[in-house]
Structure formats: structure tokens, C-alpha cells
Write a protein that binds this ligand. Structure first.
Ligand code: ADP
Ligand code: MG
Ligand code: ZN
Length: 210
């Protein structure tokens, strides 16, 4: 390919970003490192002198209302918000906007994220792509479709050590009922990361699907 060819890769990658503004989505099951990856990206932006903020849904007031904490204990300051409207109102002046646990927001989070990106912000949304039944979670399908960049992370399957892409909900050590609520705050339950082969649907899954 001639050096002056307008489609040559060398020419394309030398163009610096002109006006920011895009949507990145980090998804995967629980324990896959979504929050860790979010914190890594935001810290780098902060070190580069950009103004960064992380939001998280205010669903559970009991612990760390103002931090996001990864399962490995890495943490970063975050702003808990009760609605998409509150989130939007607090984004003024930030170059990079992180949204953790984005699956818990109402559907209007999609329009809000796109508007921020249109106005020049780098928006990084992290969340569970699927719930414990392996069904698409809340606004995630739309966010994934609109995103310029998508990373789907895996955890280590608690059962077999393979690549875990799903979240297993357990109640008293047994697969949780398929018909249970999608979001249970503060319930006595556990979660495991599992691969496709090790994921166990609740005993009532066949009934629910019929
Ligand atoms: P997420 O936000 O996706 O739930 P976190 O960033 O909070 O994930 O936590 C990722 C960390 O969880 C890993 O670095 C590791 O220390 C820990 N962890 C616990 N169980 C697992 C697992 N089964 N597979 C991978 N990491 C795990
Ligand atoms: Mg997380
Ligand atoms: Zn497995």
C-alpha cells in the first residue's frame, strides 16, 4: 500500500481525538472485575489531568455509601444517586463519567448516557449483562448496542475453574428459584460466578419458561 494512501493504517491512527465523546461498556458476571476495570480506567484519566466522576445507584444504604469497592478491596470515591435525573444534574464540568452497577438504573439511563457522550464526555458504564436467570439485565442490551467500545469480562467458575460468564444465585446453598425477584437487597443469599455448563437454573425454571 503506498505511504500516502488515505486508507493506510498509519495515517488513520495518527489522528488524535478531536472532541472526546463516546460510550464504553464493561460487562460480565459478578466477580469478573468490572468495578476494578472501571477504577483502573478512571484513575488513568485522573492522572492525565481529566476531571472524572463515578456514579452508582443508591440501592443499599448500609455500607460504603460513597465508594465503589471491588471484591478484591480496591476502592474509589463514587456519588450515589437515586435517579437518572439526579445523575444528569451532577455531571456538569466532568470529562469522564463512570456509572457502576448501571444495570440497576431505569431505562432512561440509555438516553442520558448518549446525551453525555454527544456533549463530549467519555462515558464508561459497567454492569451485569445478565441476571441470575441468564436473561438480559435492564438497560444493558440497549447500552451494549449503542456503545462504541464493549468489553465482556469473565470470572473464574467457582465449580470447574473454567471461564465464568454467568452469575449463580444460591439460597441455602441451592440454586435460587427462577421466579424470584431480580433485585434482592440485603437478602440471605450468595452468588457464584459459573460457566455455561455449571450454571444451574432454579427448580421452577421449566415451569417459568412454559
Ligand atoms: P465485579 O465488579 O465484576 O463484580 P470486582 O471488580 O468487584 O468484580 O471484583 C473482581 C475481583 O473479585 C477479582 O480481582 C478477585 O480478586 C475477586 N474474585 C472473587 N471470586 C472470583 C472469581 N470466581 N473469579 C475471579 N475473581 C474473583
Ligand atoms: Mg462491581
Ligand atoms: Zn464451570
Amino acid at each position: 500500500m503506498p505511504a500516502d494512501c488515505p486508507t493506510s493504517i498509519a495515517r488513520v491512527i495518527r489522528i488524535p481525538p478531536q472532541h472526546g465523546g463516546w460510550l464504553e461498556v464493561i460487562c460480565g458476571p459478578m466477580f469478573s472485575g468490572k468495578s476494578e476495570e472501571m477504577i483502573r480506567r478512571l484513575r488513568r484519566a485522573e492522572i492525565a489531568g481529566q476531571r472524572v466522576v463515578i456514579f452508582k445507584p443508591r440501592i443499599d444504604e448500609r455500607y460504603d455509601a460513597s465508594d465503589i469497592v471491588s471484591h478484591a478491596g480496591i476502592r474509589m470515591r463514587a456519588v450515589p444517586v437515586s435517579s437518572v435525573g439526579e445523575l444528569t444534574a451532577r455531571t456538569h464540568g466532568f470529562d469522564v463519567v463512570g456509572i457502576d452497577e448501571v444495570q440497576f438504573f431505569e431505562p432512561s439511563i440509555v438516553g442520558a448516557a448518549l446525551e453525555l457522550a454527544d456533549r463530549g464526555a467519555r462515558v464508561i458504564a459497567a454492569g451485569l449483562d445478565r441476571d441470575f436467570r441468564r436473561l438480559p439485565f435492564g438497560p444493558m442490551p440497549e447500552l451494549l448496542a449503542h456503545a462504541e467500545f464493549v468489553d465482556k469480562l469473565q470470572a473464574v467458575c467457582h465449580r470447574c475453574g473454567g471461564p465464568a460468564t454467568t452469575t449463580q444465585r444460591l439460597v441455602d446453598g441451592r440454586p435460587a428459584p427462577y421466579s424470584g425477584e431480580t433485585v434482592l437487597v440485603g437478602a440471605a443469599e450468595q452468588y457464584e460466578a459459573r460457566c455455561r455448563g455449571c450454571h444451574e437454573p432454579g427448580a421452577d425454571a421449566a415451569l417459568a419458561a412454559a
